[in-house]
Design a protein around this ligand. Sequence first.
Ligand SMILES: Cc1cc2nc3c(=O)[nH]c(=O)nc-3n(C[C@H](O)[C@H](O)[C@H](O)COP(=O)(O)O)c2cc1C
Length: 279
Amino acid sequence: MRMSFNRIIALYFSPSGKTEQVVTEVGEYLSHTLGIDLKCIDVTAPSMREKEIYMEPDQLVLVGFPTYAGRLPNKILPFIREKLHSEQTPTIALVTFGNRNYDSSLTELNEELLNNGFRVFAAGAVACQHAFTEKIAGGRPDERDRKALRDFAAACKEKLQSVHEADELDPPLIRGGKPVGPYYKPLGLDGKPAFFLKAKPLTHPDLCSRCGLCALVCPMGAIDKNDASLITGTCIKCQACIKKCPNHAKYFDDPAFLSHVAMLEKNYTGRAEPEFFIG
Ligand SMILES: Cc1cc2nc3c(=O)[nH]c(=O)nc-3n(C[C@H](O)[C@H](O)[C@H](O)COP(=O)(O)O)c2cc1C
């Protein structure tokens, strides 16, 4: 008897929405072609990362995170490490990146999931519009990416249909088995390191309508609900508040951050293609 699943679970952290698009494209293809319900678990909001999450063996799981500084977002890593559990649930690991490089993020996600009992058998890294600027890979994932994601989903389905038990699924060999490397150190336009760890979004007082949406969408819960100009927690530079503010009231003016963005816009104009690995 072939493996059967009662549900597909798509879990993602996606402050600016691209990882969600990538994971749901693969999830929806598998859901339609296998005839199984798809349930999405969006762990972008801090409240969604409080409880432990257990995946059942009869589920098919997709997990997606963005690349930050060539790795998984370091402030979210404790959640992945401590709250996500599975007992050999067949799993597809996905990362997105902003057309520079995904460096070690996919290897790190694969390793963290394997350590927590997920049976990762396929993985992919997909270039998307950079959260910092629409001038890098603007509009991606585009139709060509979506086709590549559906082809990857079809290959995952074929793999699943070729085995009878989860323990016949092998982990993917990502980038030739290269180990997880250090975090990428951002550079400025002058080629020197750009330090902007402490940069925070500012608020145009005349444009802010005090609707509180920025505080609601901040994945770190770092913005004061009653005064959006107050950053009371850690800003991870994800750009959720900037992108989702209906009045365009949020912005960064940190010179080192802006210099890094300018460097990216100058140097990463070529199209990075998605890469997929199946065990
Ligand atoms: C803080 C931060 C660091 C990033 N670091 C990288 C990186 O090292 N390499 C890269 O290609 N893209 C990088 N990106 C771009 C994101 O990986 C990309 O925009 C991703 O698709 C965002 O996912 P989301 O739309 O689901 O939030 C970074 C983005 C942010 C916000």
